[in-house]
Design a protein around this ligand. Structure first.
Ligand code: UD1
Length: 417
């Protein structure tokens, strides 16, 4: 187990380019399995979740190679349909392989995915949707056994909740085959649009991705293609909230303004100077920032659940009291206990956190319990007086490409040991 040693209190100043989105690349990698040919993916971030997905693809028989941020996957001739437990357990999003593998092979066998650090994460919406597409699914000894000889003909699927993963699974499962599938109350997250864009460039026929109604006409064959992964809006949020709480200024390149407006408008209201360009954002933070009144996480275009920890960490040093409600996951507040060790004043009741800003945080020994909570501890430690040791940083490596380099280059004192 590695840790970070952070000497806080440094201002963060500089210019950075945002990497490719973790939440975007993982479904894209599942999609490469459907393509009979070489898929070249640009702007692929170097993350342990990406390595796990590549491990799954190799296990299924694909040829994968990587040259810096360019990843090539060739799935032609691959026909594996079993994914071992050790790979499934590594991350929750491994469940998107279910739709892709079943659509390609007519069957899929895999264990239930991991990722329970945010509380129970059921997959009933995924399973019900795949059944509507003609899959026969059983659960035996912790394994999902799925048979889907051919997706059914025309089919309407209404989601009770706009689940991101389930929408991705339906798109993957219905892209190849017969009939037209219409998804109602689909997730509208930008990562869905990115997935559909890549599949369409490989010959799929998907319309409406990014809206609540997605129409997928199955095609016989998908071919090789090239695609650039969309920028990571959650990494952008991590930079912006960190610079806001540590004081300083940053220009972020490779952002899509509409993706980051939930953060920039909040930071503007708190007193930061914010300027949005066509594909960049400038943020300057100085003086006293005041807390937001109330923020609730919501499906896109609302405030994203993944940016909640970065916001709460920043709010812990903003003047006054802010109320934050986590509306997507049941149990996402473990990092708050760790923030309290750094001197934050936060009370939680159920899914609500009431944050009363303190003048200064102080260094302490803390532990990351999940990916985004772990990253929030990094920003809080950079803002704190004195030295902090963060343990279990492997969680952070799942979603941030060398976070220590990311912040060191802005002036932070952070070392991996
Ligand atoms: C969620 C986030 C997504 C983020 C991803 C990675 C939302 C809406 N989704 O996607 O933006 O990129 O984490 O961190 O913010 N649920 C069920 N049954 C299911 C599927 C989901 O009850 O079959 C529930 C979940 O328990 C949760 C909610 O629906 O309460 C959100 O689920 P979903 O969007 O599917 O989660 P992810 O795909 O993991």
């Amino acid at each position: 187990m590695s840790s970070f040693i952070i000497n806080g209190g440094k201002h963060l100043v500089g210019e950075k380019t945002v990497t490719g989105a973790k939440n975007g690349i993982l479904p894209l990698l599942a999609a490469t399995y459907l393509c009979d040919g070489k898929v070249t993916i640009h702007n692929c971030p170097e993350l342990t979740d990406v390595s796990t997905s590549i491990g799954i693809l190799k296990h299924l028989g694909c040829k994968c190679s990587r040259e810096k941020s360019v990843l090539t996957v060739d799935s032609l001739g691959s026909d594996g349909f079993i994914i071992p437990e050790r790979l499934m357990r590594e991350m929750r999003s491994s469940i998107v392989f279910l739709g892709a593998v079943a659509a390609k092979c007519g069957k899929a066998v895999m264990s239930l995915p991991g990722g329970c650090e945010l509380g129970p994460r059921p997959i009933d919406i995924h399973i019900d949707a795949l059944k509507r597409l003609g899959a026969d699914i059983e659960f035996t000894n912790g394994q999902i056994i799925c048979n889907m000889p051919e997706p059914t003909g025309d089919c309407d699927i209404h989601l009770n909740f706009p689940s991101v993963g389930a929408t991705e699974n339906i798109i993957l499962a219905a892209s190849k085959g017969k009939g037209t599938t219409v998804v109602h109350n689909a997730a509208r997250e930008p990562e869905i649009k990115d997935l559909a864009g890549m599949l369409n460039s490989a010959g799929a026929d998907i319309k409406g991705a990014g809206t609540s109604t997605v129409l997928i006409k199955g095609v016989n064959k998908l071919h090789g293609t090239e695609h650039t992964v969309m920028p990571d809006r959650i990494v952008a949020a991590s930079y912006l909230f960190a610079v806001a709480m540590c004081k300083g200024k940053i220009t972020l390149n490779n952002i899509i303004p509409e993706h980051i407006v939930p953060f920039t408008s909040c930071l503007y209201d708190c007193g930061c100077e914010v300027k949005l360009g066509e594909s960049s954002v400038f943020l300057k933070s100085g003086g006293t920032l005041k807390n937001f009144d109330s923020i609730t996480t919501q499906p896109f275009p609302g405030f994203p659940t993944d940016a909640g920890p970065a916001l709460v960490a920043a709010a812990s040093v903003f003047k006054g009291t802010g109320v934050f409600v986590e509306n997507i996951f049941d149990s996402r507040f473990r990092y708050i206990g760790e923030l309290s060790r750094l001197g934050a004043n936060i009370r939680t009741v159920g899914r609500t956190a009431v944050i009363t800003g303190v003048k200064r945080l102080h260094g302490a020994q803390v532990t990351a319990h999940d990916l985004r909570g772990g990253a929030a501890l990094v920003s809080a430690s950079m803002a704190a007086d004195g030295q902090t040791e963060i343990n279990n940083i492997e969680f952070i490596d799942r979603g941030y490409e060398h976070i220590e380099d990311m912040f060191s280059s802005l002036g932070a004192d952070i070392k991996r040991c």
